[in-house]
Design a protein around this ligand. Structure first.
Ligand code: PGA
Ligand code: ZN
Length: 377
């Protein structure tokens, strides 16, 4: 395939904020954007969104792309033209949208599905991890909301469509049971109940969905303490508190239980649950290697637009698998209507996909996975 038509423009994400869409030979791809960002995350753009749009519209590609690995030619070309020693300097959102559009165009030129460009032998549909109740940085409506950022459902079921049905059922039942409520950025319920009140409520549905948490602990960690509404905890107390919650509520999944610099503290969180790095690892190979060295996690959030390079994302999947680390491909809180995340989750054979439950921006990804399940049976 030759890259003939390249066109980048601004579009609005689900929060109404500007993000980038790139069209290659008329195949379009876009980048979502995050709000609860890790300190070590790659910047989204080189200078700003306008700079990247102009730069992409000026790029000329005089080579052909035949397979996934040919993204190396694209990355080398950008590094050369822009004089970067690391292609990620281009900006993670801009690079991801560009690479994603190239892969979509390649799939179309070969009359294949996007996931087949990544791995035509992919078979296993990832399990959805759905944000049912939101607090922390994603919740603004209630004066006293939980400090934990996400209360997640890990639905049970034989097939993806059974899991989807269970997840939706529990999500709507929870909506009926919460006292005062509204919905946050990504369609999760927000309410004024405390962390443990919400966990008690979720426990009622254990036969349909196991419980997960994105604690996003860096967001309430200041001057060596974790600040809750009623009390403050130091690092040792926080580890004890989280380990108690894991036992008491039989938590299946715990994301970012500690501050994003505490690789050593993470080791002390009980690994009977999936202990997952997000702000800790920020979809970076070097941070993943550090987390492996310190035995910090047994699961990792992978947000393609947090890295930009799909080649590095592919390497991250490989290293996670070699080290027994479960992979969770994740959306961002500000999403677009692009369903490519579903193809990446399946193509890279992620164990889980985190992409919300309700609202059209999340549903396109879930229904795309249901469609893939139909196609491969
Ligand atoms: P985001 O974070 O707001 O950056 O998308 C979501 C998360 O912490 O998982
Ligand atoms: Zn997170």
């Amino acid at each position: 395939m030759h890259i003939k038509e390249v066109y980048a423009r601004k579009i609005k994400d689900s929060r109404g904020e500007e993000t980038i869409e790139v069209s290659i030979n008329r195949s379009k791809a876009s980048s979502p954007s995050g709000k609860s960002k890790g300190t070590h995350e790659t910047p989204s753009y080189y200078q700003n969104l306008d700079w990247n749009i102009k730069a992409i519209n000026l790029l000329k590609f005089d080579f052909s792309i035949q397979e996934f690995q040919d993204l190396k030619k694209v990355e080398d070309h950008i590094s050369k033209v822009c004089d970067f020693s690391d292609v990620k300097s281009f900006g993670a959102n801009a690079l991801f949208a560009l690479e994603s559009a190239i892969l979509k165009a390649l799939a179309r030129s070969k009359k294949k599905q996007l996931w087949q460009i990544i791995d035509p032998r992919a078979r296993k549909i990832p399990t959805p991890l759905g944000n049912a109740i939101g607090g922390g940085a994603h919740s603004e409506d209630f004066a006293i909301h939980p400090v934990f950022q996400e209360f997640l459902l890990v639905p049970k079921g034989k097939k993806f469509k059974d899991k989807l049905r269970n997840m939706n059922e529990v999500y709507y039942k929870l909506g009926g049971l919460l006292k005062a409520k509204s919905k946050n950025d990504e369609g999760a319920w927000q309410c004024g109940q405390s962390e443990e009140e919400i966990l008690d409520l979720l426990s009622k549905f254990k036969f349909k969905a196991r419980i997960g948490l994105d604690i996003a602990a860096s967001s309430f960690y200041k001057n060596g303490k974790y600040h809750y509404h009623e009390f403050d905890l130091d690092a040792i107390e926080q580890i004890k508190y989280i380990n108690n919650l894991i036992e008491k509520y039989d938590l299946f999944y715990v994301e970012d239980p500690l501050n994003e610099e505490d690789f050593i503290g993470f080791k002390k969180i009980k690994k009977r649950s999936l202990i997952c790095g997000d702000d800790l690892t920020v979809t970076h190979l070097e941070r993943l290697k550090k987390a492996i060295f310190f035995d910090s996690v047994n699961a990792m959030i992978i947000k393609p637009n947090q890295n930009g390079s799909l080649l590095e994302v592919s390497e991250i999947f490989k290293i996670c698998k070699e080290n027994g680390i479960k992979t969770i491909l994740s959306h961002r809180s500000g999403e677009t209507l692009d369903s490519a995340l579903a193809d990446y989750a399946f193509g890279f054979q992620a164990d889980y996909i985190k992409c919300g439950i309700s609202t059209k921006w999340r549903e396109v990804k879930l229904s795309r996975l249901a469609e893939i399940e139909q196609q491969i049976k």
